[in-house]
Write a protein that binds this ligand. Structure first.
Ligand SMILES: Cc1ncc(C[n+]2csc(CCOP(=O)(O)OP(=O)(O)O)c2C)c(N)n1
Ligand SMILES: [Mg+2]
Length: 785
């Protein structure tokens, strides 16, 4: 493709961009230096920061932010280039000096770009390498979803989504999982700019990686643009000996290239002389360049040459996804350049003094924007004020979608999973704004998580209308699988990482694309672990979504251990930004879902995790549900209220309600005042208890006698509820699953893992015995007695 010169800045503008590039290199290096060497340390720990990784990305990020980006474009910046991003925002007046001076200290600029903690409008948080890259792909998908559903403001330009990524991020499998999904969904207007410095943290990347990148990306329909040589090298290649020199560079191993870069001009000379000394033109070339000039020439890679970089970006003329492989040098233009251990390396005091002299920075003027540049301060400011990206307005909050109470599905007996499916099925018939804003997604488990009713009515999302050929061919099936731009279900392949990255992007749609979506993602509970880092990443960004994890626990009985989740309730309890619930009955599911859709939109809200089950259980006939509704949301309610001062209560969660109820009924014969506590959210109860005031758990448990016996039981790790004993110093025995599950039927498995009614009775006896030793009172015979 021929570069369209008309879009490129003229020579003067490029000179200015190069000045700014030098300033960005200075500021990003200095702010790290300041944090490590100037700011007093109170704990003696190295503050860190990545001067070499930053230097590598300076040209690319300067070109993007200062020339290429439009305000509507969204960018994920590789984690360790955070100082470069902050330095650029500082030049724009969007980041304060105070924040830069406090880099990596409390309240200052974050070590890695953070949507929630940084003050300068980060689009995508990054930190766990690979995830920010994947998130941009799903961001592009969500942007198209919003546009095709007509949810964006009229005339809102269609921004590009861009990742500036490290080359080693390509080692993360999630990047390739995302690529494949992007191909299926025909993702558009997406750029990945690879900072191809051929170094990672420990090592140097494989020599032929570039070829593989070309193949991978080409296979999934991307255009790959190689940005290899700068203008100096390009010019030299046209001169005598140029072909040989180019061939020498092309075949030079990454390790040798990096080593020579570190050593400098005389080392280049020695090697070139030895290898090409007899080639016509090379001698003259070597004679014409002193060591400094030779070093400058040999390190003039495309990703450090402003003109070459802008030309490369200018080649992307349509909405085909673009991968730019920008050759760079880790630590370029710093003393760290090319050294094999430079990832965490920092310039020492002498090196910084020399660096400062090169940048013409006077003591005390380190933060001055125009200091040491060849342009005058006013002209610089005028230029910065006029940059297209710098016209970006702050995001304005998007209106909330009203959430009416969702009616509970009716039935004598039902599983929580069935209730979930029926609630969405009913919603699908609704023409409410709520139903219009819900987007569902699963990693290939739509039918088995009960979403088919919803999908049959609302359809699958795709850029183009695609018919359900099984249906057209009259192959009988209860499921309609028609796709089109109006569809509200995004079907993913089996990759839970992709699910959570898509939920992250959908759940930021209000802030990234100005349109509120209410994403609901369903998966099997055990496979939360498969995408856990992406789930954590989504929560870290404050994306808002509902995860419905079903089935869960050993209750999945015959399916066996590999599908049985044990520790997910602890994830629900421990994961910031995610409030978890494990309801037992259909009316609880409906209530929690309507609360959840509100919580997902609340300013101080968050995401919601529902741990559900396929076990069909009898539903209670409640006459006054509204009396317990608030308690259900607060995390627990008395299914059977204890008499004042009761000596025993059984607390259960989720699908074990029938076992708890059976045990409770037997206990009543000996302890008539005992209570049965339904814990709908250990997470809410715990957070509330820890918040200091008299919390809901304290209020509930205050009904019991001091030092009463308490048995807790759930189909998950017992530690989830074991802390309840500390709330009011009750004698507690906690039942649950703390070993891998296995195949079996429910009676066998519940007995084997000690969570059936007999086990609950035994636990009640043991808890009462503990209590009796201390305080006297009732006893229950142990089964063995
Ligand atoms: C998931 C994850 N694993 C490990 C790390 C630690 N780490 C940070 S940067 C890095 C190497 C990155 O190399 P590359 O992407 O090539 O970046 P650059 O060379 O530009 O610094 C590693 C291993 C991390 N941040 N995230
Ligand atoms: Mg690298």
């Amino acid at each position: 493709m021929v570069p369209q010169k008309s879009n490129l800045p003229d020579a003067d503008a490029i000179d200015t961009l190069e000045e700014i590039e030098r300033k960005v290199l200075w500021l990003s290096s200095w702010l790290i230096h300041n944090a490590n060497h100037i700011r007093p340390s109170r704990d003696g720990l190295k503050v860190g920061g990545h001067q070499a990784s930053c230097a590598s990305a300076v040209t690319l990020l300067t070109a993007l932010y200062m020339s290429v980006l439009k305000p509507e474009d969204r960018v994920a910046v590789k984690p360790h280039a955070s100082p470069v991003f902050h330095a650029i925002q500082y030049l724009f007046g969007r980041q304060s000096r105070d924040q830069l001076e406090r880099f990596r200290s409390l309240g200052g600029a974050q070590s890695y770009p953070s949507r929630t903690k940084d003050a300068d409008d980060v689009d995508f948080s990054t930190g766990s390498v690979g995830l920010g890259v994947g998130a941009t792909l799903f961001g592009a998908m969500v942007r198209d979803y919003v546009r095709l559903h007509g949810l964006a403001d009229e005339g809102e330009p269609n921004g590009r989504i861009i990742a500036l990524m490290g080359d080693a991020e390509l080692d993360e499998g999630n990047v390739f999982e995302a690529l494949l999904e992007g191909w299926k969904h025909d993702v558009r207007n997406l750029w990945w700019v690879i900072d191809y410095n051929r170094q990672s943290l420990d090592g140097v990347v494989h020599d032929y990686l570039f070829q593989r990148i070309k193949d991978f990306f080409g296979t999934v329909g991307w255009n790959v643009i190689e940005l290899k040589y700068g203008k100096l090298l390009q010019a030299t290649f046209t001169e005598p000996g140029g072909d040989a020199l180019m061939n020498w560079i092309d075949t030079c191993s990454n390790q040798l290239y990096a080593a020579l870069t570190f050593q400098g001009g005389s080392a280049w000379r020695t090697h070139l002389k030895a290898d090409l000394g007899r080639t016509k033109g090379i001698k003259a070339l070597l004679d014409d360049h002193d060591d400094d000039a030779l070093h400058r020439l040999m390190t003039n890679l495309g990703g450090h040459d402003m003109t070459a970089t802008l030309e490369a970006f200018d080649q992307a003329t349509d909405d085909t996804p673009q991968c730019f492989v920008a050759y760079t040098i880790k630590g370029y233009n710093t003393p760290l350049a090319g050294h094999k251990d430079n990832h965490s390396g920092l310039m020492n005091l002498e090196q910084m003094a020399a660096f400062k002299a090169v940048h013409n920075i006077r003591d005390g003027h380190e933060w001055d924007i125009a200091e040491g540049l060849g342009i005058d301060a006013e002209a610089l400011q005028a230029m910065l004020d006029g940059v297209a990206f710098n016209q970006r307005a702050p995001a304005t909050p998007v209106a909330k979608v009203p959430v009416a109470a969702l009616p509970a599905p009716e039935g004598e007996s039902m599983s929580t999973q069935e209730a979930f499916g029926r609630i969405l099925n009913d919603l699908a018939r609704d023409d409410s704004d709520l139903a219009a804003r819900i987007v569902t997604t699963t990693p290939d488990v739509t039918v088995t998580t009960n979403l088919a009713g919803w999908v049959n009515q609302r359809g699958l999302f795709h850029h183009e209308e695609l018919a359900d050929l099984f249906r057209e061919e009259k192959v009988p099936s209860a499921f309609k699988w028609t796709m089109g731009p109006a569809g509200q279900h995004i079907e993913l392949g089996i990759a839970e990482n992709n699910l959570f990255l898509l939920l992250a992007a959908l759940g930021l749609s209000d802030r990234l694309f100005g349109a509120r979506l209410l994403p609901v993602g369903a998966l099997y509970d055990p496979f939360i672990a498969r995408g856990l880092d992406a789930l954590n990443y989504a929560c870290y960004q404050d994306a808002r979504f509902m995860v419905v994890a079903t089935p869960s626990g050993i209750t999945l009985a015959p399916e066996g251990g590999a599908h049985q989740s044990v520790s997910t309730p602890l994830i629900g309890l421990g994961q910031p930004g995610l409030t978890s619930y494990e309801p037992a009955f259909a009316d609880e599911v409906a209530l929690i879902m309507s609360w959840g859709f509100g919580h997902m939109q609340a300013d101080d809200g968050g995401s919601v995790y529902l741990r559900l089950s396929t076990r069909t259980i009898d539903q209670p006939r409640r006459t006054d549900f509204s009396a317990i509704a608030e308690d259900i949301i607060a995390g627990g309610y008395w299914l059977k209220t204890p008499s004042p001062g009761a000596e025993l209560a059984i607390a259960y969660t989720g699908a074990l309600a029938p076992e708890a109820l059976a045990a409770y009924e037997q206990v009543l014969e000996d302890i008539p005042g005992a209570g049965l506590l339904a814990v709908t959210s250990a997470d809410r109860l715990y957070a509330d208890w820890q918040s200091g005031d008299q919390g809901h758990a304290e209020r509930l448990l205050s009904a019991l006698a001091p030092g009463a016996a308490l048995v807790t039981v759930l189909d998950g790790h017992p530690a989830t509820l074991a802390w309840l004993g500390s709330v009011a110093n009750h004698h507690i025995v906690s039942l649950g699953v703390d070993r891998f599950g296995q195949s079996g039927d429910l009676p066998d498995l519940y007995r084997e893992y000690g969570i059936d009614a007999d086990a609950i009775l035994d636990a009640a006896a043991a808890a009462l015995t503990k209590r009796q030793r201390k305080t006297g009172g009732a006893r229950l015979p142990l089964a063995a007695e």
